[in-house]
Design a binder for this molecule. Structure first.
Ligand SMILES: [Zn+2]
Length: 173
């Protein structure tokens, strides 16, 4: 197994932040739009622990989110977090998913930087994005952070992810 295998797909929202329709696969797991049999993309079966029991979950997404639009949903949530202060479980979920999306793009950013040649203008541009992303990933909010602290981290991760969008994620989208 390659080191990046676990980065090959976007992580799904945590079950505790989903609506009933999303948990049942009726609605898109990312954006919440109601799916039809024409538009639904099956994301495969997942095992979940629920009330101490293992249950199967069949999440589905709309075509737009499955083709990469889920990142826009993440951005909208990240950039509004400081203003709306969503519940802690939602902030924690955003935090986790944004970090994953950043980590998914770092290998391609590093590759682009290597190819640009050390010291070139391009290399500096790539390196700025990479360093800022590493700084944001290292800046952990500590145990039991307040909502505002978490919302600010989420907004920062959103900005870093935006800078990394030019690099393809591991596994493609
Ligand atoms: Zn969707």
């Amino acid at each position: 197994m390659k080191l990046t295998d676990h980065l090959s797909a976007p992580v799904l929202p945590a079950v505790n932040v989903l609506s009933t329709g999303q948990a049942r696969g009726r609605d898109c797991v990312f954006c919440g739009i109601i799916l039809t049999s024409d538009t639904a993309v099956d994301l495969g079966v997942r095992d979940l622990q629920r009330a101490g029991e293992k249950v199967h979950w069949f999440p589905r997404a709309c075509r737009w989110c499955a083709d990469g639009g889920y990142v826009d949903i993440l951005f909208a949530a990240a950039f509004s977090a400081c203003g709306t202060l969503p519940p802690p479980e939602q902030l924690t979920d955003l935090y986790r998913r944004l970090r994953h999306e950043i980590r998914r793009r770092l290998p391609a950013a590093t590759k682009a930087s290597d190819e640009a040649g050390e010291g070139s203008l391009e290399w500096h541009a790539h390196q700025r994005n990479i360093d800022a992303a590493h700084d944001a990933l290292a800046d952990e909010p500590g145990d039991r952070p307040g909502s505002l602290v978490l919302a600010m981290r989420v907004a920062e991760l959103g900005r870093r992810l935006r800078d990394l969008l030019r690099y393809p994620p591991c596994g493609g989208t």
